[in-house]
Ligand binder design. Structure first.
Ligand SMILES: Nc1nc2c(c(=O)[nH]1)N[C@H]1C(S)=C(S)[C@@H](COP(=O)(O)O)O[C@H]1N2
Ligand SMILES: [Mo]
Length: 328
């Protein structure tokens, strides 16, 4: 994660220089994004306030829906091959263990992820503390998702997990509930990174309730058919594939429904850089680097970043009428 704290160096390899930033029109053509832009315009979504947006050729193509049972598939619904288990478990952002992506795996090796429980409460009719074993009773799906880090690298990961909507339907949000707040385990004796006083621990994240109810939003309990590996957030973590990776909070112990937009860790550290929505958007650069392209781990050349990380068909309607530049 790139941010303002002085002791964390920004790896230049992850960041596209401003001169490399493609012109919007050129980018639209190169990436075939014209279709997504047209689709979004039809949905009433304001992709950008940049003049010329209307000149994109309106050829509408739809990507296939993400399957629920992807077990055994070797690629995502767009045809991109899966990253290997070794890649997925040895290049991790998990600041509770280390800010060094390659150090997370060895430093999290002895983390005990069971027993585990999650408090689900706040504005709900049926608050409950769930053991991991209770959560595994929700229908487990196999979903292959792209994970796009705000630092402009990405992976394709075959998750096992259940729809967050299944859990929320059970606890029954009150009509006054508008947001969902997620909190990571706070235990510096088990997560040594939490001793670093520069960060406002515990890690926390939030979603609008309708985003949390969207079918693509899952609580992952495994990947590659195994229980969730420690570096990826064992025993359970959120996955919201159309948002930057930092929204997908790991090692969750608390889920709380609220009527207030929740405070999140990255938004607290640097609100201009890490907004509440943080939808993947190639047209809205991070203040310090472009988001127009990304480096897929395991590939040599960069690839264009897709609006909503390629999930626009399924999620754009959540943002109908919103200016995605203001609501970054
Ligand atoms: N609790 C917690 N959750 C977290 C993070 C973290 O440091 N702590 N890093 C986030 C970031 S920046 C990314 S890109 C993803 C990375 O997930 P992965 O390591 O499974 O690929 O986890 C997210 N969830
Ligand atoms: Mo990230």
């Amino acid at each position: 994660m790139e941010q303002k704290l002085k002791h964390v160096a920004v790896p230049s390899s992850e960041i596209t220089s401003h001169s490399a930033y493609l012109s919007r029109r050129g980018f639209l053509k190169a990436a075939g994004i014209a279709s997504a832009a047209a689709f979004l315009a039809a949905c009433g979504v304001n992709v950008t306030s940049t003049p010329g947006a209307g000149s994109a050729t309106p050829t509408v193509t739809q990507s296939p829906p993400v399957p629920d049972n992807a077990q055994g598939l070797a690629a995502d619904e767009l045809g991109s091959p899966l990253n290997t288990l070794a890649e997925i478990t040895n290049y991790n952002n998990y600041y509770e263990f280390s800010t060094d992506k390659q150090a997370v795996n060895p430093l999290s090796r002895d983390f005990k992820a069971s027993p585990w429980s999650v408090d689900v409460g706040g504005m709900v009719q049926n608050p409950k503390t769930y053991g991991l074993e209770d959560l595994l009773k929700f229908e487990q799906k196999e979903r292959i998702y792209r994970l796009r880090c705000v630092e402009a690298w990405s992976m394709v990961i075959p998750w096992t997990g259940f729809q967050l909507s299944d859990l929320l339907n059970e606890v029954q949000p009150m009509t006054s509930a508008k947001y969902v707040h997620f909190v990571t385990l706070m235990d510096p004796s088990r997560m040594p990174g939490e001793k670093d006083p520069l960060y406002p621990w515990p890690y926390s994240e939030g979603l609008r309730l309708d985003e949390a109810m969207q079918r693509l939003t899952i609580i992952a309990t495994g990947l590659y058919g195994e229980p969730l590996p420690n570096p990826d957030g064992a025993p359970l973590r959120l996955v919201v594939p159309w948002k930057y990776g930092f929204k997908s909070i790991k090692a969750i112990v608390k889920i709380e429904l609220t009527d207030q937009r929740p405070q999140t860790m990255w938004n607290t550290i640097s609100p201009m850089e890490y907004g509440f929505y943080s939808n993947v958007n190639p047209y809205v650069p991070h203040p310090r680097w472009s988001q127009a392209s990304e480096r897929r781990i395991g590939e040599l050349s960069r690839r264009p970043t897709l609006l909503f990380n390629g999930y626009a068909d399924e999620v754009a309607s959540l943002y109908a009428g919103m200016d995605l530049r203001d609501n970054y």
